[in-house]
Design a binder for this molecule. Structure first.
Ligand code: C2E
Ligand code: MG
Ligand code: MG
Ligand code: MG
Length: 304
């Protein structure tokens, strides 16, 4: 396929190239260079050096309230451009064939971090990592996951991979095999941004999915526009019917939190609970959460 052939060359040179295209080209080169520097750096301690860093955002159990796991979110700071949004550089990395290397680094670094938290007595029950659909086409993901978990002493049940609906619609057999192999390992597969991709739900019975993340767009106006509530309720019911965990993303306000709780949503993620933060800040956040809830009735207290 053309897309396959063009994997490492996603751009064409044109005389009338506009500013945006120039930025893309420059960004591709900078990404490539940063990944090269990352690979050349000292293993395990390469964070920061090349401009990549991971932040972690808590996903909390709503009832009884407590930390469920953290999601690793990649950050990139360019010397000249400053912080570049993953909404910009992740799709670019996908188009340019660089996402495999980026996602591999995120997986290795975040699983190692989970090992370090645990060694230091910071009780983090689990980790979620975003994996691009493109990464699944390369067959070595299950092997990489198995070895990175083993190297850091992390049980497979403590790792969740967040994937998009787009992956579920692929006809590539290699990707299907990878999903099965990861499920067999004991890793949870979660559908990120659920409800925004393809409308076919048949993949939910074809593939070993364990979790759905209600997209932020449905949660956004939950407490403002009444039309959102039946949608959110329906997704929660799909989850119940199929035995899937439901995570609501983008929970910003108490009113949204309460509605989700009332609808029986299990897990929430969003600024209401915590923003994505550097690894070093998580222990303090946990301690502050514990202190904040000391006054609550026991069943509402923060627990791990
Ligand atoms: P996502 O996986 O759906 O991650 C959630 C995004 O929502 C994150 O944006 C997070 O910072 C943001 N967010 C969390 N809570 C709230 C909230 O209450 N309100 C609002 N307005 N936003 C909230 P971020 O970090 O900019 O990441 C954007 C997307 O980039 C991610 O969406 C994910 O699709 C992708 N991404 C991030 N890290 C990686 C990675 O390591 N690999 C891959 N393949 N994709 C990644
Ligand atoms: Mg995600
Ligand atoms: Mg999401
Ligand atoms: Mg999203």
């Amino acid at each position: 396929r053309a897309k396959q052939a063009g994997r490492n060359r996603c751009h064409f040179f044109r005389r009338d190239m506009n500013e945006q295209a120039v930025r893309r080209l420059e960004m591709e080169a900078a990404l490539r260079e940063a990944l090269d520097r990352q690979a050349a750096g000292p293993r395990g301690d390469a964070e920061g050096e090349a401009g990549f860093e991971l932040h972690y955002q808590p996903q909390v159990r709503l009832n009884p309230y407590g930390l469920h796991r953290v999601e690793a979110l990649v950050r990139w700071t360019h010397p000249r451009w400053g912080a570049v949004s993953p909404m910009e550089f992740v799709p670019l990395a996908e188009e340019c064939g660089l996402i495999d290397r980026l996602d591999s680094w995120v997986l290795e670094t975040s699983v190692a971090q989970l090992g370090r938290w645990r060694a230091a007595g910071v009780p983090v029950p689990g980790l979620a990592v975003n994996v691009s659909a493109v990464r699944f086409a390369r067959g070595d993901l299950p092997d990489q996951v198995r070895s990175v978990l083993a190297a850091n002493g992390i049980p497979a049940a403590d790792l969740t991979l967040e994937i998009t609906e787009r992956l579920m619609m692929t006809e590539e057999v290699g990707a299907h095999d990878a999903l099965d192999a990861l499920h067999a390992l004991g890793v949870t597969l979660s559908i990120d941004d659920f409800g925004t991709g393809y409308s076919s739900l048949s993949y939910l019975k074809r593939f070993p999915v364990g979790e759905l993340k209600i997209d932020r767009s449905f949660v956004k106006e939950l407490d403002i526009d009444a039309a959102n509530r039946p949608l959110v309720r329906a997704i929660i019911q799909i989850g119940e019917a199929l035995g899937l965990t439901i995570v609501a993303e983008g929970v910003e306000r108490e009113a949204q939190h309460r509605m989700l709780e009332a609808e029986g949503c299990a897990i929430g993620q969003g600024y209401r609970f915590a923003r994505p933060m550097p690894a070093a800040a998580l222990a303090d956040w946990l301690a502050a959460e514990g202190r904040q809830r000391v006054e609550c009735p026991p069943e509402a207290c923060f627990s791990i």
